[in-house]
Design a binder for this molecule. Structure first.
Ligand code: FES
Length: 103
């Protein structure tokens, strides 16, 4: 499934890139810009970023579960990722930039 239509990036490619980054440092905070840089891509419209953050959260959680990292180590990292999701959800809510006015 295509996640980023500007760059034609599939969800599978995103998951693979996240896992490579986590293999390098399993506790790094992966943000969409950093991920796209690693993939030698760049955000254009950036409307895919909220979905990319959801994939980052899910994939990171699966990665940490796979290696049996203790839950108490995972919670602070998960909180940072949820903050990141709130940031992008607010900024790109329904495809509108913050400050957008309907009327
Ligand atoms: S859809 Fe990903 S940058 Fe536009």
């Amino acid at each position: 499934m295509i996640t980023c239509h500007c760059n034609i990036i599939t969800e599978k490619e995103i998951i693979q890139a996240i896992n490579v980054m986590l293999d390098e440092d399993c506790w790094q905070l992966i943000v969409p810009v950093k991920l796209y840089h690693a993939m030698e891509k760049r955000g254009k419209c950036c409307r895919c970023f909220p979905n990319v953050v959801d994939i980052i959260i899910r994939t990171t959680d699966e990665y940490h579960t796979r290696f049996n990292w203790p839950e108490e180590d995972r919670i602070p990292h998960r909180l940072k990722l949820l903050e990141l999701r709130n940031h992008y959800a607010g900024e790109f809510n329904e495809g509108r930039q913050s400050g957008h006015r309907a009327a």
